[in-house]
Design a protein around this ligand. Structure first.
Ligand code: AP5
Ligand code: MG
Length: 189
């Protein structure tokens, strides 16, 4: 079974590329952001908690996020492959993911880092904010999300390098060209 972590800052193209991976490889897609936004839409207690963090551009607490991830994972798998989009976002989450997969006889196959410069990330998200309806797609919250990314999430680059699972992909340019580069990584797994 293949487990891919699709990694990158807000707006780096994780969701866009995940959709293409699903189409080509038939893997399951777990976007923790989408899961949380769905809970908000349904008006659940979990959604109410999540909203307090998302609207501020902050991360949901690790323990809560890990429980959600485990239950979504078990609802989709066993299966051929999974793309983790937006998870893990902290070292604690990466350690929990490793334990969760190990308990199920599996492991992370690769972490694909979509590398995009900040100015372009902001431009993409401000643009998307005109139509997305996402409460966190405004310039002030985008800047907070970037700050949180560099402080809490970017350390995972070194973490996955140490695991020998880090794969760099240049995330600027045509969506299809970036996807070709991602496929080259997946096809070698
Ligand atoms: P989440 O939903 O994961 O948001 P994010 O990481 O901020 O990333 P985005 O979804 O905004 O961007 P993306 O990388 O998917 O890019 P996209 O493909 O959309 O998380 C939201 C919040 O939920 C977090 O802030 C946190 O509060 C909470 N949360 C989620 N997971 C959590 C966790 N594990 N722990 C704790 N809290 C968690 O592309 C962006 C735009 O660019 C689109 O408009 C797209 O069309 C465009 N685009 C994409 N590729 C290209 C390209 N090559 N050229 C031009 N435009 C492009
Ligand atoms: Mg996304």
């Amino acid at each position: 079974m293949i487990n891919i972590v699709i990694f990158g800052a807000p707006g780096s193209g994780k969701g866009t590329q995940s959709d293409k991976i699903v189409d080509k490889y038939g893997f399951k897609h777990i976007s923790t952001g989408d899961v949380l936004r769905e809970e908000i839409k349904k008006g659940t207690p979990l959604g109410a908690t999540a909203k307090q963090y998302i609207d501020q551009g902050q991360l949901i607490p690790d323990s809560l996020m890990v429980d959600i991830l485990a239950s979504v994972y078990d609802s989709l798998c066993p299966c051929e492959g999974v793309i983790f989009d937006g998870f893990p976002r902290t070292i604690a989450q990466a350690e929990s993911l490793e334990a969760l997969l190990q308990e199920r006889g599996s492991q992370v196959s690769a972490m694909i880092d979509l590398d995009v410069p900040d100015a372009l990330l902001v431009e993409r998200l401000v643009n998307r904010g005109k139509t997305s309806g996402r409460a966190d797609d405004n310039e002030a919250t985008i800047m907070k999300r970037l700050d949180v990314y560099y402080k809490q999430t970017a350390p995972l680059i070194e973490w996955y390098k140490n695991e020998g699972k880090y794969r760099h992909v240049h995330g600027v340019g045509e969506i299809d060209q970036i996807f070709t580069d991602i496929c080259a990584v997946i096809d070698k797994l």
